[in-house]
Design a binder for this molecule. Structure first.
Ligand code: NI
Ligand code: MN
Length: 226
């Protein structure tokens, strides 16, 4: 699978020729100013929770690509009211088979309100299973015991975890979270975008190496194979 990082917690993964875009927040991210959202492809936009740093560019990209939104019921309804009717509502613990593979919406320990203050349902993460591999995007979350449920239903080839601390788990907890899902490879996101989440990247990588794991930190705009 190819993963392209767009800064903060936004990335895309191509599976069976379909592009899944996660948590688009680009135009509000000074670090991602070289990314042109008009060029971003998406067949699906998966949204972990309602915070602005995860939904800011959903409306524009959904309207320009016609992508199907996948998120919790409340977020799908909020975008439907903005005229984006191509949505698939889910809730925690449920899974659905799409043309690229299966999506399960899983628990996250965080909050979720929409940019206008309205209710954004409960926050979540996604487990994606496909013929090309499986991965877990945790969204914004604390380290939580619920992560231990994930490897009971599938083998995770890589995780995408927040590592910036303060609003989510930090990189030390992310190492434990990787243990919880029996995974050695973690793509780190949700760091350095704001003062509150600045980290020492070398220290973070060392922390993973000490546990025999790999922390991958793609440059903004970079595409990697996983
Ligand atoms: Ni958040
Ligand atoms: Mn966030």
């Amino acid at each position: 699978m190819e993963l392209t990082f767009y800064g903060h917690a936004c990335f895309s993964v191509v599976i069976k020729g379909k592009t899944l875009l996660f948590d688009p927040f680009i135009t509000g991210n000074e670090l991602a100013k070289d990314i042109d959202i008009k060029k971003i492809k998406a067949d699906y936009i998966l949204i972990s929770h309602g915070h602005e740093d995860h939904v800011l560019d959903v409306e524009v990209i959904a309207k320009q690509t016609g992508a199907k939104l996948v998120s919790n019921y409340e977020i799908i309804n909020w975008f439907a009211a903005k005229g984006i009717k191509n949505g698939h509502p889910m809730n925690h613990g449920g899974q659905w088979k799409f043309d690229f593979g299966t999506v399960r919406y899983v628990n996250a320990v965080h909050t979720s309100s929409m940019p206008d203050g309205s209710y954004g349902g409960n926050p979540g993460g996604f487990v994606i299973e496909s013929e090309e591999g499986n991965f877990y995007f945790a969204g914004d979350t604390a380290l939580t015991m619920d992560m231990k449920l994930i490897p009971m239903s599938c083998i995770i080839n890589f995780c995408v975890y927040p590592i910036g601390d303060n609003f989510t788990m930090g990189y030390k907890d992310a190492v434990i979270a990787a243990d919880f899902v029996s995974c050695e490879r973690v793509v780190g996101v949700h760091y350095d975008t704001f003062d509150y989440i600045e980290i020492n990247k070398e220290k973070a990588k060392e922390e993973f190496e000490r546990s025999g794991k790999e922390l991958i930190l793609p440059r903004i705009g970079e595409t990697i194979s996983l």
